[in-house]
Write a protein of this length. Structure first.
Length: 633
């Protein structure tokens, strides 16, 4: 018997004994997602050198449309392809959307390995797959007093009434932007299981009604996936309007083969309020090299007095090394610049966000971690700025040394127990011309070092009043004051008319089990010195099948139909002229009680009015604060 054959037999025999023992012990009481991951990491490591697995995977990479080859691959796997991808993300410090193809393969794997599936996920989850399994096709209003008048508009299901048909399947990791020159135009984007690389929802009436479309795919950019990578999907949407009423989507566009991915970051543009999109530019294409390109964000300098007005900026993570790029031709071509390494915690870098100020400066925050073979520690957030249009950058400044650490094995509260939450920073700048003009604000999640853990995570904000040279101590944004309640993944925006700072986040304060998530806002009206009372934006709504509740629930025990992406890493907030445009992942259309509904996690939306919009002398909501009128609608 050859060495290769002896290894394969020995590997399978030992692994089979372990898996069968686990199946007997865990069928009635499956492990937590974190415990399962720890169980399977050694198996994943063994697969990396298992010649039969490598041969089966190599065969698929030549043609993933061979259903028999795919079945041979799935029958051999000791874990779901979903677990393979999630462990790969965990060990290699990146996060992308789990694509629809992987979930289709996961369901097939469950059918092929019922005993292992029961051990890994429990009987209820296996029964759900059995009920819903379809053979995979391998593709070629409430009011809340708040000092000033505050109203929460009707919670919208953006899929309701979408033309031509509502999108089905998962919608998550939401972004939303309003056109400051025409507040009727609102665009939101999400990761999706619908039949396109991303879902784009667009509204021509300020978010009262929505339609749905998709952005360009790989071929629209004149690109070709590598041989054997026959499926495409998108991840991590980022949106921004320029000063000329054009809206841009930046997104990861990936080619897939089983659990293997190839990466690119693309720019699409719409000139009609989000209804139609064209392939516009490529930030980076790593289809050939296979290099990881992850977690990008987009910023456009729309300040008229800026020496770089109109310039576009992005930042992202290449193999856990933060990069930036700028474009002076509207996003068609990009110049890449490596960000300076942090002087401390020189481990993996990830989770950037960026903002611009009227002086033309660009401001970035991002995180570093110290990582071992299977987990990370000592996550820290750093800040730097560029004053020459993104060509060079300052020495990184340490802003926060977190207690919460992503990819640590201890960063998954009940509300998001399948995947990590992280303390990632969200930055914005005040360019309103008011008393807070020039201030920088950063929001993040964290918990106190003594007596608390991930289940007590709160939302905090720091500010700089001197262009980023010095920063304040953190101020807590959530006001619930409850123990064992998680608030996570905040998004921060500055209203460039009023100067108010607005933060939105996922919030489990209303559930003692820390599973059910509502969506809350905090607002500061005094340059970030304090916050007024929080606002609950999620409210009961007849637009969802479960119309009497306000919460969403992605906990894997309570909701066996949960999506492995859960809420992702962020949600959508924009603010303009006293109005907050808030978009999130919402489970109410299919859970609880409507589990046969094909619309799973929807894009939920609410327009929250903090003050009556200011109407200017010309009769429009204009950015020209020199001609304010006291007239309100």
């Amino acid at each position: 018997m050859s060495t290769t054959r002896r290894f394969t037999v020995r590997f399978r025999a030992v692994a089979a004994a372990c898996w069968l023992t686990a199946a007997v012990a865990l069928a009635a009481d499956p492990p937590s997602p974190q415990a399962l991951r720890e169980q399977l990491i050694p198996v994943y490591r063994a697969l990396e050198t298992d010649p039969q697995f490598l041969a089966l995977r190599a065969g698929l990479e030549s043609d993933t449309r061979d259903a028999q080859a795919m079945d041979r691959y799935l029958r051999y796997l000791p874990m779901s392809p979903k677990e393979l991808l999630e462990i790969d993300m965990f060990l290699n410090r990146y996060e992308i959307m789990v694509p629809r193809q992987i979930m289709e393969l996961h369901r097939r794997w469950v059918r092929l390995h019922p005993e292992l599936a029961r051990a890994h996920y429990g009987q209820a989850a296996v029964e759900k797959v059995a009920r819903e399994y379809v053979p995979y096709v391998l593709a070629g209003g409430a009011t809340q007093p708040l000092g000033r008048a505050v109203t929460v508009g009707t919670n919208r299901n953006a899929a309701t009434g979408s033309v031509p048909t509502p999108p089905t399947g998962y919608q998550g990791e939401i972004q939303v932007v309003v056109n400051p020159n025409n507040v009727n135009q609102v665009v939101a984007a999400s990761n999706t299981f619908a039949n396109g690389p991303q879902s784009i929802f667009y509204s021509a009436d300020g978010g009262a009604t929505w339609d749905h479309t998709f952005p360009p795919d790989v071929a629209d950019f004149g690109a070709v996936c590598p041989a054997g990578f026959n499926s495409t999907f998108g991840s991590d949407p980022a949106l921004a309007w320029n000063a000329n009423n054009q809206v841009f989507l930046e997104y990861m566009l990936l080619c897939s083969s089983g659990s293997s991915q190839r990466f690119s970051i693309r720019i699409a543009r719409s000139v009609d309020g989000g209804a139609t999109w064209t392939a516009h530019g490529t930030v980076v294409d790593s289809f050939v090299t296979g290099t990881l390109e992850d977690k990008e964000f987009l910023e456009i300098d729309t300040n008229p007095g800026s020496p770089f007005s109109g310039r576009m900026y992005t930042c992202w993570d290449r193999g856990n090394n933060e990069k930036s790029a700028w474009s002076s031709d509207g996003g068609v071509t990009w110049t890449e610049v490596d960000l300076p390494a942090a002087p401390v915690s020189p481990g993996p870098e990830l989770g950037c966000d960026l903002a611009t100020t009227k002086d033309g400066a660009v401001h970035i925050v991002w995180d570093t971690l110290n990582c071992g073979a299977t987990s990370c520690s000592n996550e820290r957030m750093h800040y730097l700025r560029s004053t020459d249009g993104g060509l060079t950058w300052s020495t990184p400044l340490l802003l926060v040394d977190f207690n919460l650490v992503a990819f640590s094995g201890a960063a998954s509260p009940p509300a998001q127990n399948r995947r990590n939450i992280g303390p990632f920073g969200a930055i914005d700048a005040d360019n309103s011309g008011g008393v807070c003009d020039g201030n920088l604000y950063v929001a993040f999640s964290d918990y106190a070092p003594a007596g608390e853990d991930v289940n007590d995570t709160d939302v905090f904000m720091i500010r700089s009043t001197d262009g980023g040279t010095t920063w304040s101590a953190p101020r807590k944004a959530n006001d619930d004051g409850l123990a064992n309640r998680v608030q996570f993944h905040p998004t921060l925006r500055v209203d460039q008319i009023t100067g108010d700072v607005v933060i939105g986040w996922h919030d489990a304060r209303n559930d003692a089990a820390n599973r059910e998530v509502d969506y809350f806002l905090a607002r500061s009206t005094d340059c970030g010195a304090s916050f007024v009372a929080n606002i609950q934006a999620s409210q009961p709504s007849a637009e969802f099948n479960n119309s009497a509740i306000s919460f969403s629930n992605e906990n894997s025990t309570a909701n066996v139909g949960f999506n492995p992406n859960q809420y992702g890493e962020y949600l959508g907030v924009d603010a303009h002229n006293g109005q907050v445009y808030f978009a999130w992942t919402d489970t109410r259309h299919f859970f609880p009680g409507s589990t046969a509904e094909p619309e799973d996690e929807n894009l939920g939306f609410a327009l929250v009015s903090l003050t009556p919009p200011v109407i200017f002398a010309d009769g429009f909501e204009s950015g020209d604060t020199s001609s304010w009128s006291n007239t309100v609608p």
